[in-house]
Design a protein. Structure first.
Length: 404
């Protein structure tokens, strides 16, 4: 009897929990959409200010993205897909660490070291592509573990150490590649590393026939990225390990009191975040999207920092990172299709920047949307007709009086 009562009382609680979770997810999605719309409107205003006559055409070019120019749409769509795969991974890197209360701004450095690992195993050792991917993940994990160790044992702010390690990684990788310290990977005549697909074909990620539809750089990398995003979602939301990470992120002291090893959670979170960023580098360079240029030492890889944008726009949801990465890649390619006689492709970066800036106010938008939805539901409830009060049947009362 008691078990039945407990099950009945637990059912409404589970229903309420699922309903509140659905409402929260809906509000998060709506707040991100609001950020995107406002960002696009700001971009349109900028286009009007630069050249009002062609503003509408330029805005549609950005919206259409890779589908511009029928003759070159396959190449543009291929570029969108190829650039979205590593963006998903760096976005996951930032989002995963954030679940443990860590801001992994060092995804760019982990991406750089991961690129070195992938290129070394591909161009020097000529290993299969999946071994090269594992090597990139291992290198990124080691680089991500260092800020994690410093945070866990010495309480050193991970933002400071991650930023410093970004530049250490960039300059270190450039020196190792340009001087061919680890082996011949740098082609001095082109100022870039050798092309993986022509130098070591077995190290290139397979196309699986996608190159017949799009370009050669379109590989199964995008499917690998999506699968990893699903795995990360399951780990964070459906496992004990994920619960411990989130508990440590919400309140490290409370997690420690509950028996959770907070130092272990911090270190493992940064290790996994580094591995994800390293995987992103492997998906980029082993797909033949581009080659590493050791002479470019003025800025860290943009994909690493754009991962922060992906994570913020996705509200640090692993599945949301897939869609936000595709959106950012779509807008970027759309900007590159703008007519340079009137506009510069960097306008797309301005739009993305505004969207990400607005993501800082995502909680405000989420709160406002929640209030609107709550007010609407309250008004609908008040508008429902009240149940009618039925008057007692006079005939039945008369019968009772006769019987008495």
């Amino acid at each position: 009897m008691s078990n039945t009562t407990t099950m009945k009382s637990a059912a409404p609680k589970n229903s309420i929990s699922r309903k509140s979770g659905l409402i929260s997810a809906t509000n998060s999605i709506l707040s991100s959409i609001v950020c995107i719309i406002i960002g696009l409107l700001v971009g349109f205003i900028i286009l009007v200010c630069i050249n009002a006559e062609h503003a509408g055409e330029g805005f549609m070019t950005i919206l259409v993205g890779g589908f511009n120019n029928i003759n070159a749409h396959a190449r543009n769509i291929s570029k969108e897909i190829a650039e979205a795969a590593p963006l998903i991974m760096t976005g996951l890197s930032v989002a995963f660490a954030y679940k443990t209360g860590l801001f992994n701004i060092g995804a760019a450095g982990q991406y750089s070291v991961g690129a070195l690992g992938a290129l070394y195993f591909a161009l020097v050792l000529h290993m299969p592509w999946y071994i090269c991917i594992l090597a990139a993940m291992l290198c990124g994990a080691v680089w991500g573990a260092i800020p994690g160790l410093l945070k866990a044992f010495f309480n050193v702010n991970e933002v400071i150490t991650s930023i410093m390690f970004n530049w250490i990684a960039l300059y270190g990788v450039n020196e190792l590649l340009k001087n061919n310290v680890l082996g011949k990977m740098y082609e001095s005549t082109k100022n870039k590393t050798y092309v993986v697909r022509t130098t070591s074909a077995e190290s290139a990620i397979p196309n699986m026939g996608l190159d017949n539809i799009f370009s050669k750089s379109t590989t199964i990398a995008i499917f690998i990225a999506i699968i990893v995003a699903i795995i990360m979602y399951i780990i964070i939301n459906k496992t004990t390990f994920g619960y411990e990470l989130k508990a440590c992120g919400h309140n490290k002291d409370a997690a420690k009191y509950a028996g959770i090893n907070e130092k272990r959670s911090i270190i493992l979170s940064m290790v996994i975040a580094g591995a994800l960023a390293g995987l992103g580098a492997a998906l980029f360079y082993l797909s033949g999207v581009g080659e590493w240029n050791p002479n470019d030492s003025t800025a860290c890889p943009a994909i690493g920092f754009n991962g922060i944008s992906v994570a913020l726009l996705a509200v640090c949801n692993p599945i949301g990172c897939v869609f936000s990465a595709l959106l950012i890649s779509h807008i970027t390619v759309g900007g590159s299709c703008l007519a340079t006689a009137y506009y510069q492709p960097e306008i797309a970066d301005i739009i993305i920047g505004v969207i990400i800036y607005l993501c800082a106010f995502a909680m405000l938008f989420k709160m406002l949307i929640g209030k609107v939805i709550k007010a609407k539901s309250t008004s609908d409830a008040n508008a429902e007709p009240q149940p009618e009060l039925h008057e007692p049947d006079s005939d039945k009362e008369a019968e009772k009086e006769d019987e008495e």
